[in-house]
Design a binder for this molecule. Structure first.
Ligand code: HEC
Length: 159
C-alpha cells in the first residue's frame, strides 16, 4: 500500500512537470470544443483529401495514417489565395492518427490571440500533450507558421 502511494506520488509529480494543471484544463476544454464542433465534418487539409500515410518518422513495423481537418478560418484564408505570412487568429487544425489500423490519438493546433497551442489526446480523450510542448513545437516551428501538412497559399503549387 505504501509503495503504491509512492508510485502514485512520483507519477503525479512527473506528469505535472510537463503539463501544468492550467494546461490540462485548457486541453480538456479544447477537446470538448473540437468535438462539439464535429471536427470530422470540417474540410480536409489541402493535399490530405482522404486518410493518408503520415510523413512523420515511423518506427519499424508501424504504419501511421492520418486524417487532417481544417476549420473555416483556415479554409477561407486558403480560398482567398492571397500571400500570407501567418495564419489568422482562430485557425484550428485537427489530426486523427491511426497506428497499424488502430485509432491511437487526436492532435490539434489552434492559433489564438497570444499565439499557437498544440495538444494531443489519446483515443479516450485523455490529454497527453498540452500547451506548448517542446517535442511538438520544435518540429512544427519549421512549418509555415507552425503548420506542417500544407503551405501558405503562395506556395500551394510548390508543395
Ligand atoms: C518529427 C516532427 C513532428 C513532431 C515531433 C510532431 N509533429 Fe505534428 N506534424 C508533423 C508533420 C510532418 C505533419 C504533417 C502530416 C504528416 O506529414 O504526417 C504534422 C501534422 C500535425 C497536425 C495537423 C496540422 C499541421 O500542423 O499540419 C497536428 C494537429 C499535429 N501535427 C500535432 C502534433 C502534436 C500535438 C505533436 C506533439 C505531440 C506533434 N504534432 C509532433 C511533424 C511533427
Amino acid at each position: 500500500m505504501k509503495s503504491l502511494l509512492i508510485v502514485l506520488l512520483v507519477f503525479s509529480f512527473l506528469s505535472l512537470s510537463f503539463m501544468t494543471l492550467k494546461d490540462l484544463k485548457d486541453a480538456d476544454e479544447l477537446y470538448e470544443r473540437i468535438n462539439a464542433l464535429s471536427y470530422k465534418e470540417f474540410a480536409r487539409a489541402p493535399g490530405w483529401g482522404e486518410r493518408s500515410r503520415a510523413t512523420i518518422p515511423h518506427q519499424e513495423g508501424q504504419e501511421i495514417y492520418v486524417d487532417i481537418y481544417i476549420n473555416d478560418v483556415i479554409l477561407e484564408a486558403l480560398e482567398a489565395n492571397e500571400p500570407l505570412e501567418e495564419w489568422p487568429v482562430g485557425s484550428l487544425l485537427v489530426k486523427d492518427t491511426y497506428v497499424n489500423g488502430e485509432y491511437t490519438s487526436v492532435g490539434a493546433n489552434e492559433k489564438r490571440k497570444d499565439g499557437w497551442v498544440i495538444m494531443q489526446w489519446n483515443a479516450d480523450g485523455v490529454a497527453e500533450f498540452a500547451g506548448k510542448p517542446k517535442v511538438c513545437w520544435n518540429c512544427h516551428k519549421i512549418g509555415d507558421d507552425m503548420v506542417r501538412a500544407f503551405r501558405f497559399p503562395q506556395y500551394q503549387d510548390s508543395k
